[in-house]
Design a binder for this molecule. Sequence first.
Ligand code: F3S
Length: 428
Amino acid sequence: MRLADDEKAMLDGSEGPARQKAMELLVRYGEALGAERLVDTRNVCGTMGATMPFLRDYAAAHGGRLDAVFSEFSLDSPEVLEIPKVKVYSCHLQQGLDPEHAAQQGIPPQAVQVYRDGEAYFGRLGVQLMNTCTPYQVGNVPVKGEHCAWMESSAVVYCNSVLGARTNTEGRESAGAAMLTGKIPYWGYHLDGNRLGTHLVELAIEVKDTADWGLLGYWVGEAVQDRIPVLSGVGEIPNLARLKHFGASASSSGGVEMYHVVGVTPEARTREEAFGGRKPCAALRYGAAERRIAYERVNSTGRDRDVDYVMLGCPHYSLEQIWEVCQLLEGQRIHGNCSLWIFTPWATKQLADRNGYTRIIEDAGGFLMTDTCSSVGRVLPKGTKVAAVDSAKQAHYLPAIMGVQAWFGTTAECIQAAITGRWQGGLQ
Ligand code: F3S
């Protein structure tokens, strides 16, 4: 790989051993990928904390030292290095627990202490403690063309597709190295030619609500796998929540990291622009039959209709989604055999607190939680066997990770399940 002078200097150790290790890692990574060079990035989103049990154990075995965790798990260095402040704007993604709801989540106090120590440590390094899978909802909104180094599949697909910024799906190591160097391999979605559509998806039915966009994403992801779908025939312009759910689903059932919606997303003003003048390698049609297939797939684990857990907020809910839930929930009471947990970025929760939404949710018997989710944190209300979700991504992962059944439906159906304790959803 060709290296610029500043990159060579970091590799030679001129900025200390941690940045040297980070450059070594990026060079190894870039060469394995066939990248010709690195590119400057000023926007990194990654995870570095030690809230997952095996990371807590590693920290404990090293006297609680978080630089040991960063050295081993972000820089691939068994030798404990002194970690300098991050070089570029860097945000922390979701963590493994919500410190304010540790009791409900069954998290031991020692784990909360590790979390607090981690926040203090990474805060001192200059990491922005957003603690969410949706950094773009709380102020990290890169502009079109900006080179980023983001982890988290639902964030990556949003970044590429909706914002028109450029990122591959980085890992904990490459994101950690990018924070210290401001560099990332220049390959994949950083390059113009790799961002063009491959598959045309003609919509033959109206895609109505957020759950419907999730179903569409689930079907498209299975159909195109890790290629780039171009949606054509979209009626009403989808809002943030709909595009967020579409991308999260498509990246779960397949490996979609970028999509185009003709007339909506920034690199698809026209169909020709989306395909860069090339012919699509396949043309697909999404109609009522395909929608039903997706619905049945997403609901394939749901059997028992008694629901004991309703989880909303995958990806983390926006304020608008919390507001919508509150309109459905105000004055109601969650069923005695059911729990309602809603996940959102903690910055959004501050607004929800001030708007009175947290109070509405809590008065109904639910919780507005932050920083994590049931799949990532592996946190469920005690005894959960059957969950209901309005996210196809969560319906995909929760049964696999936590061994529970999951029903998928609209937000209104989920709230109805929370109130009645029964799943009464169905495809409309
Ligand atoms: Fe976010 Fe968890 Fe879903 S981290 S995208 S809420 S699986």
